[in-house]
Design a protein. Structure first.
Length: 499
C-alpha cells in the first residue's frame, strides 16, 4: 500500500502544469539532440546545467532526465532514415533500420523503434519504482567502510566496461580523481593543487569542466568531421506493423529490455553498451539471422528496447546510492548538488516529491516521445539540413554564458576553454572522457569515506576486510580487475568493442 501512496504522490507531482511543461521541453530537446549527430545528451546537459539554478529542483531534474532518454528516441530516427545515427547508442539500429528504409519499410522500422522503446521504458520505470526503495533501505545501513568499497567497485567496473584501451580508461579515472582533490581539504583546511589561485580554493568548477570536456571538445571534433547530410527519405508511410512483424519483434523487445535493464545499472554500462549487447545476442540466436544486415526487423527492435531500458535503469544507482553509472548520471548528480540536494539513499525519505515525481515523469515522458516522434518525422529530418558551421557559434556562445553565470566569474570561462582543448586532445588520442567525469564526481566522496572509516577504526586498515559487505565488494573488484587483464579476456574484450 505504501508503494501506491508513493506513486500517487509522484503522479500529482509529475502532472503539475510546470513539471509537465519541463518534461515536454526535456523530451523535445532530447529528441532534437538525438537527431543532430555530434551533440549528444552529455554535452547538452552539461550546457544546460547553469539554467537549472533558477528552477525548482524537481522541474530541473525532470527536464534533464527527459533530455537523456529522449535522445535515445531521436537517434533512431536519422539512423533509420538516412543511415546517420544521432546518438552512439543508435549506431547498431542503423545497420538494419536503414536497409529497411531502402526497401520502403521505413514506417515499420520507425514504429518498431517507437514501440520497443516505449515498452522498455515502461518496464524500466516499473523496475525503478520497485527496486529503488529496498535498495535505498539497504544502503542506509552502509557505513563509510561499505561506501568506500562500493565506490572502488564502481570505478573498477567503469574501467572494465569502458570502450577502448584499459590503460587509457584507468588513466582517465586517475586524472578525474586528481582533479576532484583540487581545493581546500575539509579536515585540515590545507590547500591542495590550487597554485595559490583563490578561484580554485573551493575546488574545480564542475559545470565549467563538464561543459569544456563534453561541450567544446565535441564541437571541435565535429567541426573536423563535418559532412554533407543528404536527406534520402522525405515522406514516411506505413507506420502500422503487420501481424507477422509484430510477432517477430516480441521476443527481441523482451530480451533487449532485459539486457538493457541489467547493463544500465552497472557502472560504465548504460544505453550504448546495452544496444550493442542486445544486437549481438539477436544476431546469434535469431531464427532469421540470415536477414541481419539486410533489413531484419529484429535488428531494430532489440537495440532500441535495450538502449531505452539501459538509459532509465541507470537512474537506480544514482538515485539510491548516489553513485553514477555513466557520464550522464554524473552530470545528474552534479545538478542535484547544485540544487542543494545530497545524493544518496536519503533522497527517497528527504525528497520524496523529487524521487517519485521523477519516476512517474519518466513514463509520461516516454508516452510523449511516442506521440512526438512519429508525427514529426519530417521536422526532425529537415533539421539535418542546417549546416553545422551555423550551429557551432551559437553553441559556443551559450557555453560561455553558462560557464560565466555559475559564479559570475571569467575564470570559469577560461577553465571551460582549457578543458575544451583538453577534451579535444583526449578524443584525438583515443581516450574516452567519460571515466574522467566519473572519477571527478566520485573522488571527493571516495576520499571522505576513506578518511572517515580510518578515523572510526583508529587507523586500522583491516576494517575494510573485517566488514562482510565491504569485503565482498572489494573481492568482486579484485576478481573483475584480474579477469579483464588476462590476455585471452582482454583480446576478446577488444575484439567485441571493435566489432
Amino acid at each position: 500500500m505504501e508503494l501506491f501512496s508513493d506513486l500517487a504522490l509522484g503522479v500529482s507531482t509529475a502532472l503539475s502544469p510546470f513539471n509537465l511543461l519541463y518534461c515536454f521541453i526535456g523530451v523535445l530537446l532530447g529528441t532534437a539532440i538525438g537527431v543532430l549527430p555530434g551533440l549528444g545528451p552529455v554535452a547538452t546537459i552539461a550546457m544546460l546545467l547553469p539554467l537549472t539554478f533558477g528552477l525548482d529542483p524537481v522541474s530541473a531534474l525532470i527536464m534533464l532526465a527527459g533530455i537523456y532518454y529522449g535522445a535515445q528516441y531521436g537517434g533512431s530516427t536519422t539512423a533509420i532514415l538516412i543511415n546517420l545515427p544521432g546518438e552512439s547508442s543508435s549506431v547498431v539500429t542503423a545497420i538494419d533500420g536503414y536497409q529497411m528504409a531502402k526497401k520502403g519499410r521505413a514506417g515499420a522500422a520507425l514504429a518498431t523503434a517507437a514501440l520497443g522503446s516505449f515498452f522498455a521504458g515502461t518496464v524500466a520505470t516499473i523496475l525503478l519504482a520497485l527496486a529503488a526503495p529496498p535498495l535505498a533501505a539497504v544502503a542506509l545501513k552502509f557505513g563509510p567502510t561499505e561506501y568506500f568499497s562500493l565506490m572502488v567497485l564502481g570505478l573498477v567496473a567503469s574501467v572494465a566496461l569502458a570502450s577502448g584501451s584499459l590503460l587509457k580508461a584507468f588513466i582517465m579515472i586517475v586524472l578525474g580523481l586528481l582533479l576532484g582533490l583540487v581545493g581546500t581539504d575539509i579536515e585540515s583546511g590545507a590547500q591542495r593543487f590550487t597554485f595559490d589561485t583563490p578561484e580554485l580554493m573551493d575546488g574545480m568548477n564542475f559545470v565549467a569542466l563538464s561543459m569544456g570536456v563534453f561541450g567544446l571538445g565535441e564541437i571541435l571534433r565535429n567541426l573536423e568531421h563535418e559532412q554533407t547530410r543528404s536527406v534520402m527519405v522525405k515522406r514516411v508511410s506505413g507506420l502500422m506493423l503487420s501481424k507477422e512483424e509484430f510477432k517477430r519483434i516480441i521476443g527481441p523487445v523482451l530480451r533487449g529490455t532485459t539486457i538493457g535493464s541489467v547493463l544500465g545499472i552497472l557502472p560504465g554500462g548504460g544505453a550504448m553498451l546495452s544496444s550493442f549487447a542486445a544486437y549481438a545476442l539477436e544476431k546469434k540466436s535469431s531464427p532469421n539471422k540470415a536477414e541481419f544486415g539486410q533489413g531484419a526487423i529484429e535488428g531494430v527492435a532489440a537495440p532500441e528496447a535495450a538502449n531505452n531500458a539501459g538509459a532509465q535503469t541507470s537512474f537506480i544507482p544514482m538515485l539510491t546510492l548516489g553513485i553514477p553509472s555513466n557520464s550522464v548520471m554524473a552530470l545528474m548528480i552534479g545538478a542535484m548538488i547544485i540544487q542543494g540536494i545530497t545524493p544518496g539513499p536519503n533522497v527517497i525519505t528527504d525528497e520524496p516529491t523529487l524521487f517519485w515525481g521523477m519516476i512517474v515523469s519518466m513514463w509520461i515522458g516516454n508516452l510523449m516521445l511516442v506521440l512526438l516522434n512519429l508525427p514529426l518525422i519530417g521536422l526532425w529530418v529537415r533539421m539535418l539540413t542546417i549546416p553545422y558551421h551555423l550551429l557551432f557559434p551559437a553553441i559556443i556562445a551559450f557555453c560561455c554564458i553558462g560557464a560565466y553565470s555559475v559564479n559570475n566569474s571569467t575564470f570559469d570561462v577560461f577553465i571551460m576553454a582549457t578543458f575544451g582543448l583538453i577534451g579535444y586532445g583526449l578524443i584525438k588520442l583515443d581516450f574516452e572522457p567519460a571515466p574522467l567525469l566519473l572519477g571527478f564526481i566520485l573522488g571527493p566522496m571516495l576520499e571522505e569515506n576513506l578518511r572517515r572509516a580510518m578515523l572510526l577504526s583508529r587507523g586500522d586498515p583491516t576494517v575494510f576486510v573485517t566488514h562482510p559487505i565491504s569485503l565482498v565488494m572489494l573481492l568482486v573488484a579484485v576478481i573483475m580487475l584480474a579477469v579483464i587483464v588476462l590476455p585471452s579476456i582482454r583480446a576478446k574484450r577488444e575484439e567485441a568493442f571493435s566489432e
